[in-house]
Design a protein around this ligand. Structure first.
Ligand code: AHG
Ligand code: MN
Ligand code: MN
Length: 327
C-alpha cells in the first residue's frame, strides 16, 4: 500500500510523509478491527446492546470495540488534531491548539453492523481533511466540505479483508495478505463503468420515496420493454461498504435517498464519515455522487453527525436520477 500510494503522489504533488504515516496507522487499526470481527461471537456481542456472556462478563458491541481500536491507534498519531466518529457524540480533540497541516479524521468504525448477527460483510469508512490554518477546538471547526478531503477509503471485512483508498489520484484496491500482514495491491486503478444495469436500494421503503426515486426504480423494474430498454439486476447488502465495493468492482448505482420516513433527519446516511468518503472514492473512480440535487461533496455541513440523501455510482445512471429530480 505504501509503495503504491507513494508512486501516485510522486507523479503529482511530491511525497506527503505525514499522510503516508497516517494511512499506515489507519491500515493498522483496520487490521486489528478485522481480527476482532473474525472472532465473531467470541469477540464480544455482535449487533445487539451490551450484554453479559455465559461467564457473566460484560461484553461490548463490536461497534464500540472497533471505535476504541481506531481511537487508540489513529488517535495516537501526533499529527491528528481531532477524530470524528459515528460512535462518539462529541468531537474527540487530540490537540488543544490544532495547527495548519494537522489532520481531522472522520470515520465509521463498523459500517453495516446489523450484518454482524448474520455473518455478512461489514467495513470501516474513513475520510481525511488537512487543516489549512490553526483553529480553536469547537464543533464548527470540523464542519468542512467533502471537497476539502485529501484522502478517503474503507476497509471491507468479507471473505477476505480489503482496503480501498484514494489520495485524490485515482482509486486502488488492496487485499490483506495474511502471511506477510501487508495490504498488497490487487485492484489497481479501480474504475466504474459509466453505464450499468444494476441498482441497489432498500425497496421496502417504496411507499416513502419521493416521486423522482420512484420513477427511476419503476422504470428499471420494467426492464427491456420499459422506457430504459434494458433489464436491470438488483442487489442490497444493507452494508454501504459492501454495496460500494461491488459498484467499484463491476459498476452499478446505490441509493439511500431522503424520503418521507427519514426527511426529518435529512436522510439516513451520515455526510461526513459515510457519504463524503464514498463520494470521493466513487468520483475518483470515474463515477458520480449526488444528493439528487447536487454533488454530495459540495454540501456545506451544519453538524458533524449530519445526514444526507445519497445517490452514487455509474455516471450515466446518476445523471438520469438527477434529471428526474430537476424535472
Ligand atoms: P451503520 O451500521 O454504520 O449504522 O450503517 C448502516 C447503513 C449502511 O451501511 C447501509 O447501507 C444502510 O445503513 C442500511 O440501511 P437499512 O437497514 O435501512 O437497509
Ligand atoms: Mn455506517
Ligand atoms: Mn457504523
Amino acid at each position: 500500500m505504501t509503495q503504491t500510494t507513494l508512486r501516485q503522489q510522486f507523479q503529482t504533488t511530491g511525497v506527503d510523509t505525514d499522510l503516508m504515516i497516517l494511512m499506515e496507522d489507519i491500515a493498522t487499526a483496520c487490521r486489528m478491527i478485522a481480527d476482532r470481527v473474525r472472532h465473531g461471537a467470541f469477540a464480544g456481542v455482535l449487533g445487539a446492546a451490551e450484554t453479559e456472556n455465559v461467564q457473566g462478563e460484560t461484553q461490548k458491541e463490536l461497534d464500540v470495540i472497533s471505535d476504541e481500536i481506531f481511537q487508540e491507534i489513529v488517535g495516537a498519531n501526533p499529527n491528528v488534531a481531532a477524530l470524528v466518529s459515528e460512535e462518539v457524540d462529541d468531537v474527540n480533540w487530540r490537540k488543544v491548539a490544532p495547527q495548519a497541516g494537522d489532520f481531522v479524521v472522520y470515520y465509521d468504525p463498523l459500517d453495516g453492523s446489523s450484518n454482524l448477527d448474520v455473518n455478512l460483510s461489514v467495513g470501516t469508512i474513513f475520510s481525511i481533511v488537512r487543516l489549512g490554518a490553526a483553529i480553536t477546538p469547537a464543533p464548527e471547526a470540523v464542519q468542512i466540505k467533502g471537497t476539502d478531503q485529501i484522502a478517503a477509503g474503507y476497509a471491507i471485512y468479507g471473505p477476505s479483508t480489503g482496503l480501498v483508498i484514494t489520495t485524490g489520484h485515482g482509486v486502488d484496491g488492496f487485499t490483506h495478505h495474511p502471511g506477510s500482514g501487508e495490504f498488497l495491491l490487487t485492484q489497481p486503478e479501480m474504475s466504474i463503468p459509466s453505464e450499468t444495469q444494476e441498482f441497489a436500494i432498500n425497496a421496502s421503503r417504496y411507499d416513502l420515496w419521493d416521486a423522482p426515486v420512484r420513477q427511476y426504480i419503476d422504470e428499471c423494474l420494467r426492464g427491456a420493454n420499459g422506457p430504459r430498454g434494458k433489464k436491470f439486476n438488483m442487489r442490497w447488502c444493507a452494508s454501504m461498504v459492501a454495496d460500494v465495493h461491488r459498484i467499484l468492482t463491476r459498476g452499478g448505482v446505490f441509493l439511500y435517498p431522503k424520503d418521507s420516513g427519514n426527511a426529518g433527519q435529512g436522510g439516513k446516511l451520515r455526510l461526513m464519515y459515510e457519504a463524503n468518503p464514498m463520494g470521493m472514492l466513487v468520483e475518483q473512480a470515474g463515477g458520480a455522487s449526488s444528493t439528487g440535487y447536487g454533488r454530495i461533496m459540495e454540501v456545506a455541513p451544519t453538524g458533524h453527525h449530519q445526514r444526507v440523501s445519497v445517490i452514487l455510482g455509474s455516471r450515466d445512471e446518476v445523471a438520469v436520477i438527477e434529471s428526474y429530480h430537476k424535472d
